[in-house]
Design a protein around this ligand. Structure first.
Ligand code: GDP
Ligand code: IMO
Ligand code: MG
Length: 422
């Protein structure tokens, strides 16, 4: 398998974890390159459910190497609890997980600032996961962040942490929150540093060496295109580049070493958190929530649901360079008589076939729908293209054509085997 970048083509939670797990079979190394434990990637192995936040989803396939790249922001306590949780479930981690020494560290003041800033924003809040992601990337850009390499150096860590807690406590108190105790944070993070030490290394050199020896590398995107700090619905976005370019900067593998980009999308649309979602619709939301589906893997929040948005997905194909599409959750549409797809927006008296950058304009866009007949039978047992109902095949073909990418995978359930590879 060539080096593959996998990205979310919508607003996150497209089913990236499941598709990564499927594609890992043919890969040697899986790399996370951005985001942090705001991500929640669900993988089923048999009946066992795993939700991965920082560790690449490839960890659930025996013998595969997993890398947390330099572009990720790492909450050491979160990472340790994930490592221990997987170990308890019988997953072998040692010798298979490598963590970049230049990845930035998420510290308790980042989480506290994230929460306080959301409170301050009131009704304009972003609806973050409160994992400290924005403040941690903010420190990275401001050059006031601590990296894993700093966490591994006890003397330097102590000096830097003392300085950073002093400054951040001033900010927290000004926001009406309590300051943090240096002693407590220091103790906890020093212990975490020692536990994580065996995993920390120069992952850029490791990846290049593996590439030179012919390894096939899978880059696991987190979040989705419309949560991208540059190409998303700013300011209702996360703080990293979730689009394909982020895989290069977040791993140190250059663009000319990448062979293909796979975009993952649901057969409909979901979003968790605030911000525009033109195709949001009560009928499909109620139906999916009624089926017990579409509750967040990280925060448990009910996801907002809507129809498939071909305009947004076409734009995602463009900015990510998506070659192939993996469509998940087709089975979520099984019960419907009619399925709507947004093919354009009506906005300020004009018809648009692109996503407007102005957030107010995008929020006021009215979708222009076309309708497809449903299939009204379960697709969950389909294992080949031909076993899918004709109307489902027509829907998928139309959706891929509108998204301007080749359909390569269809997922009809959360399990590994509920996957059709074309
Ligand atoms: P990710 O963040 O992109 O990895 O996606 P999440 O794991 O947050 O959310 C996707 C949800 O859809 C999870 O509960 C998956 O188990 C589930 N899922 C993925 N593909 C399918 C599918 O084809 N059908 C059904 N029913 N569930 C799916
Ligand atoms: P995966 O990888 C869906 C959303 C939050 C919020 C916004 C900013 O599982 O697809 P943040 O905590 O990052 O500052 O929150 O981004 N968000 C996600 N939504 N899936 C995710 O990850 C998300 N990670 C962040 O809900 O709207
Ligand atoms: Mg998720």
């Amino acid at each position: 398998m060539p080096n593959t970048i996998l990205v979310g083509a919508q607003w996150g939670d497209e089913g990236k974890g499941k598709i990564i797990d499927v594609l890992t079979e043919g890969a040697d190394i899986v790399v996370r390159t951005q985001g942090g434990n705001n991500a929640g990637h669900t993988v089923y192995v048999g009946k066992k459910k795993y939700v991965l936040h920082l560790i690449p989803s490839g960890m659930l396939r025996k013998g595969k190497i997993c890398v947390i790249g330099n572009g990720v922001v790492i909450d050491p306590i979160g990472l340790l609890s994930e490592i221990n949780g997987l170990k308890d479930l019988g997953v072998k981690i040692n010798g298979r997980l490598m963590v970049s020494e230049t990845a930035h560290v998420v510290l308790p003041y980042h989480r506290e600032l994230d929460a306080q800033r959301e409170i301050l924003k009131g009704k304009n809040k972003i609806g973050t996961t409160k994992r400290g992601i924005g403040p941690a990337y903010g420190d990275k850009a401001a050059r006031t962040g601590l990296r894993m390499v700093d966490l591994m150096n006890p003397e330097r860590f102590e000096v830097l942490l003392r300085m950073r807690i002093k400054e951040n406590n001033e900010i927290l108190r000004a926001l009406g929150a309590k300051g943090l105790s240096f002693k407590k944070v220091h103790e906890t993070y020093r212990a975490a540093a020692d536990a994580l030490r065996p995993y920390v290394e120069n992952t850029v050199v490791l990846l290049h060496e593996a590439h030179r020896l012919g390894a096939s590398i899978l880059f696991e995107g987190a979040q989705g295109t419309y949560l991208d700090i540059d190409h998303g619905t700013y300011p209702f976005v996360t703080s990293s580049n979730t689009t394909s370019g982020g895989a290069c900067t977040g791993s140190g593998m250059p663009p000319n070493r990448m062979d293909r980009v796979v975009g993952v999308m649901k057969a409909y649309t979901t979003r968790v958190g605030e911000g525009p979602l033109p195709t949001e619709d009560a009928q499909i939301s109620d139906m999916l929530h009624g089926m017990g589906r579409e509750f967040g893997a990280t925060t448990g929040r009910a996801r907002r649901c809507g129809w498939f948005d071909a305009v947004a997905t076409r734009n995602a194909t463009m900015v990510n360079g998506i070659d192939e599409l993996a469509v998940t959750n087709l089975d979520g549409l099984d019960q419907l008589d009619k399925i709507k797809v947004c093919g354009g927006y009506r906005c300020g008296g004009k018809v648009l076939d692109y996503v407007p950058n102005d957030i107010e304009a995008f929020s006021s866009c009215e979708p222009i729908y076309m309708e497809f007949p449903g299939w009204r039978v379960s697709t969950e047992k389909a294992r080949t293209w031909k076993q899918l109902p004709l109307n489902a095949r027509k829907y998928l073909k139309a959706v891929a054509e509108m998204a301007c990418a080749e359909l390569s995978i269809v997922s009809v359930g959360p399990a590994r085997e509920q996957t059709i590879q074309l």
